[in-house]
Design a protein around this ligand. Structure first.
Ligand code: COA
Ligand code: ZN
Length: 307
């Protein structure tokens, strides 16, 4: 049944950014410790910070310091999220290896998130690409958020999501990922989005997925995407994230839960599961609340006796 799954998958760790931005702020030193623990697990891509207005996201203040103090392991790509050209200038000065820009497929969500129209954001992506172009070989990735539905507008036409994607590619982004910002995705929605992207010429290997586990469908969505040939997934250690003020809210899909499932299915991620579980416990200690990761609690193997 699974003979057609990809043999390798790239897991990008986004806990230090998407996870921590939704937790109560923790000190820069602790953010640096977390990134360094993660880079020791075999993960090759880590979203380490975001260069947004500190007034907008207090937990991401001090992004420059985080980038300056982490121990840069050769072979690991340390990326940063930027909301605009000002953020891109900061990220380049801090020597981020790769930049993520976010544009919502939904007009309403985009305005709430970055106070701009989708058109303005797409133009802004062009400015970011232009800035980065002068600084050598640093890829820019666009994350199309609310790609599986919008909390304000409800269902979005997948063809509309694909159209926004094409406009981002026209602005010169190097690759695209699709964000399930509020956990609306199901395997059906994953299939429908991949169909719509295919209709405009984007194949599975052009697609990255940024899934959240808000409604418990995260790994089911991963499997649906794997069966279509998708090989790039974002995840956060321990399931960091969600919102401390919204009971029941959860973050991204859980890195170690994802790696555990992939490993058992023979899909290579290059990541050491035991090291990830240790990093998940560190993350839990740093934020001081129980994280939703399940493998970190149950143990990575059936015969593991939990301490
Ligand atoms: N980093 C630091 N400061 C920034 C900045 C950035 N990336 N972008 C703008 N600013 C500063 C400006 O310099 C200006 O400062 P001044 O008042 O001292 O001159 C001030 O912020 C207002 O600029 P403006 O362009 O009007 O920004 P805004 O207030 O409309 O905010 C965003 C727009 C996008 C910068 C802000 O909403 C933001 O950072 N949002 C984060 C969204 C996010 O991370 N969401 C989660 C991930 S998808
Ligand atoms: Zn996210």
């Amino acid at each position: 049944m699974h003979h057609s799954l990809p043999s390798t998958v790239e897991v990008r760790e986004v806990g230090p950014r998407d996870g921590l931005q939704n937790e109560d702020p923790i000190p820069v030193d602790d953010r640096v410790r977390l990134v360094d623990a993660l880079s020791g697990t075999g993960l090759s891509r880590i979203e380490a910070a975001s260069f947004v207005r500190p007034e907008a996201i207090p937990a991401m203040a001090g992004a420059e310091e985080v980038m300056a103090r982490i121990d840069r392991r050769p072979g690991v790509v340390y990326s940063a999220l930027v909301p605009n050209a000002r953020g891109a200038e900061r990220a380049l000065a801090a020597d981020a290896d790769e930049l993520q820009v976010v544009v919502s497929a939904s007009e309403t969500h985009n305005r709430k998130n970055v106070r701009r129209s989708v058109d303005e954001s797409i133009t802004g992506v062009g400015e970011v690409v232009g800035l980065v172009g002068h600084e050598g070989d640093r890829p820019v990735e666009a994350i199309v958020s609310t790609a599986f539905g919008c909390p304000y507008e409800g269902d979005l036409d997948p063809a509309g999501v694909a159209a926004v994607t094409l406009r981002l590619i026209e602005q010169g982004v190097d690759r695209c990922s699709f964000g399930d910002t509020t956990g609306m995705a199901t395997p059906r929605r994953v299939d429908e989005l991949l169909d719509a992207l295919e209709d405009v010429g984007l194949v599975a290997t052009d697609v990255g997925l940024h899934l959240h586990n808000t409604r418990g469908t995260g790994l089911a969505n991963v499997l649906a995407a794997l069966e279509r040939g998708v090989t790039r997934f974002d995840a956060s250690i321990g399931g960091l994230g969600g919102c401390p003020y919204a009971p029941g809210a959860t973050g991204n899909i859980v890195t170690e839960d994802l790696v555990h499932m992939l490993a058992d299915m023979g899909v290579d991620t290059g990541v050491d599961l035991d090291a990830l579980v240790a990093a998940a416990h560190l993350a839990q200690d740093l934020v001081g609340r129980e994280l939703p990761g399940q493998v970190m609690r149950a143990g990575p193997r059936w015969n593991t006796v939990s301490a």
